[in-house]
Structure formats: structure tokens, C-alpha cells
Design a protein around this ligand. Sequence first.
Ligand code: ARG
Ligand code: GLU
Length: 720
Amino acid sequence: MKKLSSIIVATLLIVKLGFAGEGMWIPMLLEQLNEPEMKSMGMRISAEDIYSINKSSLKDAILLFGRGCTAEIISDEGLILTNHHCGYGQIQKHSSLEHDYLTTGFWAMDRSQELPNPGLTVTLLVRMEDVTRQTLEGVTTGMTEKARSEKIRENIGKLEKAATEGTRYNAKVRAFYYGNEFYLFITETFNDVRLVGAPPSNIGKFGGDTDNWMWPRHTGDFSMFRIYVNKNNEPAEYSPDNVPYKPKSHLPISLKGVDKGDFTFVFGYPGSTQEYLPSFAIDMITGVENPPAIRLREKRLNAFDNFMQQSDLVRIQYSDKYAGVANYWKKMIGENRGIRKLDAIEKKQELERQFTAWASADAVRSERYGGLLPRFELLYTRLRPINETETYLIEGGLGIEAVRYAYSYNQLLSKSRDKTTSDEEIGKLVTQLQASARNFFRNYNQSVDRSVFASLMADWIEHQDQSKIPSAIVQGAIVYNNDFEAWADKLYAGSIFTDSTRIKKLLDRYSVKKMKKIEADPMFQLALSVYDHYFSQIQPESQMINAELDSLQRLYMQGLMEFQPDRKFYPDANSTLRVTYGKVDDYYPRDAVHYRYYTTLEGIMEKEDPAIYDYVVEPGLKQLYVKKDYGRYGAKDGTMRIAFTGSNHTTGGNSGSPVLNADGQLVGVNFDRNWEGTMSDLMYDPDQCRNISLDIRYCLFIIDKFAGAGHLVKEMTIID
Ligand code: ARG
Ligand code: GLU
């Protein structure tokens, strides 16, 4: 009787977890797994319209942008759209004091003004294929984990080679469901991608880090690029002779807007989620890893902020670094709160109890899965202190710029020690280091880093036992009697790695005799001690435990699928193309608080504050607002819509992803999640998790009415 009721509870839990909105689905399996549900939610196109290998489909317009974002093709001349924060690096690289495109925005008024971006690539998915059987060929149950991975690696090598032979494509086999399934991805990468347009930061980054991860939001987070190809419409290195790419498909754009309850889907490249971890893992992440990471990042941000307030130069040098550190600092805070509010650990524990009961009810299952959870518990207990120290090493030790920088001389040092190294090889390394020194010092301020060092070291010494801290740091704390300011003064004044002229002197006339200078440098020694601690105290055991956890997780995944045969399981995000679907929806973040699902230009005016950097409103935008001059881009009620929320399950990497309506038309560009929902990387909550999208009408309004770049809108396919 007891068992029956627990199975009923488990089933209820499944229904709850399987609520529409959760899931990042594999495009080629939509027809089989999701189409009925998508249609019942309002979708009017077919799964075949989204992903097909027989005809052109929406997937031919979806791009992996750079290494971590998504972009979409929005004209038959290779015009592409992504977020401002995704194109930020490129916009910054083209900016100088004379042409500060970050501040003023940039708009190419004709093709000749579009700016090349060496190093930037976009990648299209040509097709995907389930290769589980071929990947696991020759893999047997009795195999050791090592033999298994070797066999798999060998099979994957063959598959990838065969898939691309004689083509210009690339191929990659990726593991899904923790290695229970494998898919092959054939892709085409373009490397002549030019900057076409970006709004000023007052629009593209409006609200800055203050509003980041938050709703209500008013950020015009978009930028535009164009793909160029050779005369045969094939990818090519940059050449002035290249021509705009003719895509197989581009997204039509709807000006109809969205209403609450409308079906939407997001098509893009989510980076990473961990939805099937056991409770012990969630407890470790939120209890052991996040708290020191949050605290150490806060210290770093405070130090940055102090100096950024005092100097415009430092503000420019550190704004990108600040945004980078702040982004996951805030994400982790939200994640921890969300996990607690959702009782996620208790929910996982409940599921584990059900699972264990189910497993022990049958001899075969018991043999297979019975030991799983106790083993997880044991391994996570062993992993906790290791991961805690690793967090300090990464967020504390490597949070110091000079530590990371000094360590980049380790190769030069070992090559210099090695008598067989040729002068030519040394010369090459030195040239590389000269280039990286120019890059590093352009955005480096010694006082900022010195202050970061003092506060991170103080924190580390205060919170961890000496035996867990790299010896050079323990020594320093003893020698300076915990006066970290005094230590920092001495260290930064005495190192070559904190000063561009000293580095220049070292590199300009470098000969192997000078390796003594690197060896003896106190910052270099500190860096070595940090890395040595990692390589000797952390890595070996962490690798061993994680390898076993990987195989347990694979078994657990398999077990969960057997335990809940009616539940639709989606694979964790792994930077492969996915479809996630849901509805335009509002939410109730706290008792008595209701958030509407859309924001308007009125909200930008409400937030306006000329004295606060994040809330300065562009004069041109204000004029349009005063005149209510919204052209064809205004909503029926006369407002200018800025952003909207929905229940599409997204994560980092979905930035720039198209948000499409029931007819497969572009209505928005995904750029963030709400703070209350950031735990969705570990557990999704349909009540609290919302993705945040830019309303496409605001984007077009900015391009056309604000920037006067209506020629770009003309090349798009607009549906009024
Ligand atoms: N939170 C968004 C995403 O994870 C936007 C990040 C960029 N913006 C910022 N203010 N740091 O990546
Ligand atoms: N801003 C994130 C990105 O760059 C997307 C928001 C999220 O994490 O959901 O990918």
C-alpha cells in the first residue's frame, strides 16, 4: 500500500515537472516528441517547417554566433541579428576615442561601410543524425570506464571523418543524456562576418548591470551583422571581393506583436544545464560552491567600482570585465534563492526516495540501481571539500589579473630552460608574448588589481584552513602578519608582471639568460604556487571522482527513464541547436506582487536619470517619445513595446535567439532570464521561470526611426 501511494506521488511529480514550458528539445525529434503538444498550444506550422533535411526550413536561418551566442538570418542578403551584448566585443574593437561606436552606436549606410571582424565566425547546422548505435559499437557492459571511452572516441573519430570527407563541412559527435545517446552534427562555418549596425549603449545596454537578470526590463539589446561569401556562395576568408550570403532560408518578421497566452518558441544554442543531478550535487553547488564564489566576486566588483568611479579611463578599461564578473555573480545569487524557494533539494530527495523504492521492488533493478544513490552520496561527500578549494583557486587566486598574466610566461620559462629549444622558437614565443602584453596592459590598471589582490587574499585566509591554501599565500600572510595591503604594495611594486615598461624591457631584448628574472619574480612564484596547488592537490582526485560520477550519472539517467516511462525527457543543454517552447506569460514573483508581461517606452522615461550612467536616455529617443512618433512599429494601444516575458526554457547561449510565433515569424530576440527563475539551469519552475525577449518592433523602430537606417528594414521580409 505504501508503495502504491508513493508511485502515485511520483506520477504527480512527473506531471508537474513535465509541464509545458520546460525542456530544450532536439530539432530532428520534434515531429515525434513535441509536435502534438506544440500544436495544442497554438502552433500553426509543422515540425517539418522548423527542421527538415529535405526542404529549406527555419533551421537554415539559425546560427551559432561566435563561441557562445545565437543569431538569426533576417534577409535574403545574409543580414543577421543578435544581441548587443553578443556583438559587444566587436563593437568595442572598432571603437576609438574618435569613433566611439559603443557610445554613439554604429550604422553602415551602405555595404561599403560594413566592418570586417577577423576571428568572428557564425555556424549553420546542415543536418544532424542519431549515431548512438555506431558510437557504441564494440562497447560492452563489462568494459572498464577507460576502455569504454577509448572505444567511443575511436568510433567517433571514424564517424566524423566519414561524414565530412570531400565536403567543406565540419562534423562533431556529441553525447546526450550523459552518454546514453549520441548525435552527429554536420555544420558549415562562415568567417567573413561584418558589423552592420548597433545602437548606442544607452539603448543597447540601457539599465546595465543594475537591471541585468531583472524584470521589468528596458534594454534594446541587439546588434546586426552580415555574412559574406565567395562568388559560389561558399564560406571564404575576408576579401573585398566577397559578396553577401544568399541563405536557404531567412526569418520573416511580424509586426503584429504578442499577447498574453500566445504560443512562442525559441530556436537557438543553449550552453549548459544540469537538470538530472542528484540532490547531493544541488546541495554542493548551492551550499559549497556558490557562496564563496558570490562573496569573492563581490569583493572584486567593489574594488573595480571604487576605481571606475574615480577615473573615466579605468571605467572604459574595466567595463567589460565588470560586466563579465557581475553577470554570474548575480546569476548565482538568484540561483541560490530560487533553489531554496522551490525546495529543490527536498524535491530531488523525494524523487530519490521513490526511485530507490522502485529499484528495490525488483531483483534485476535492485542489482542495477540499488547502490546508485548511496554511491552518489559518498562521492559528493568526498567532492565537497575539493570543489570548495577549487572555487577559491578560481575565484580567489585566478581572480587576480597579474596571477593569470604571470602564469602565461611559464611556457617561455620552460622552453628557456630546455637546452634543445632553438633561438627561432624562443623568438616566436617572445613575439606572441609581446602581442599579448599590448592587449593585456591596454586594459590593465595596477592599482585596481592591487586592491583586488589585497581583498581576495584576506578573504581566503579568513575562510579556509591553511592546509587548503597554496603555500605561497600562506607564507605571504605569515610574513606580512595578515597585513594584506602592505603585502600587496610590496608585491606589485616588485614584480615585472604588473608594469608594462618592465615587461617591455624583459621582452625587447630577451635571451634565455633572462629567464632568471621570470623565475625570481614574486608574482610569478605566487602564480606557480596557485597552479601547482591545483595540479597536485585538486586535479588528480577531482578527475577520478568526476569520472566515476559521469558513469553513475549515465546509469541514473537510464534508471530515471525506466522509472518514469511516461515522462518526456529532454537532454541537458550542451551548446547544440535546440527548440524550446512556451507561452507569452506574466508572473507573481513575491507575495502580492504581479509583473505584467511587457514593458513600454514609458518605463524608459520613468527610469531616466541623467546622473546615473545606466539610466541616461538618448536625446533622439526622447524626442520620438515626446512626439509619439512610432511609425508602423507602435502597438495598437499607442505604446511602444520594449520587451516581454514568456515561459520558454532558456539558458546562457540562448542570447540572440529568435523568439518565433505560431506561424514561425520573428516576434522577439531572447536576451535574458528573470532573476527569480535563474535556478532553471538546475530545476525549472513553470510558475517562476521566464525568458526575457526584446520586442522586434522596438528593434526595427530603433533601426528605422531612431538611426535612419530604414534601408536595412527594406531588405527584410516584414509582415504587417
Ligand atoms: N544576463 C544576460 C546573459 O547572461 C546578459 C549579460 C550581459 N549584460 C550585462 N549587463 N552584463 O548573459
Ligand atoms: N544573457 C544570456 C546569454 O548570453 C541569456 C540569458 C540566460 O542565461 O538565459 O546567453
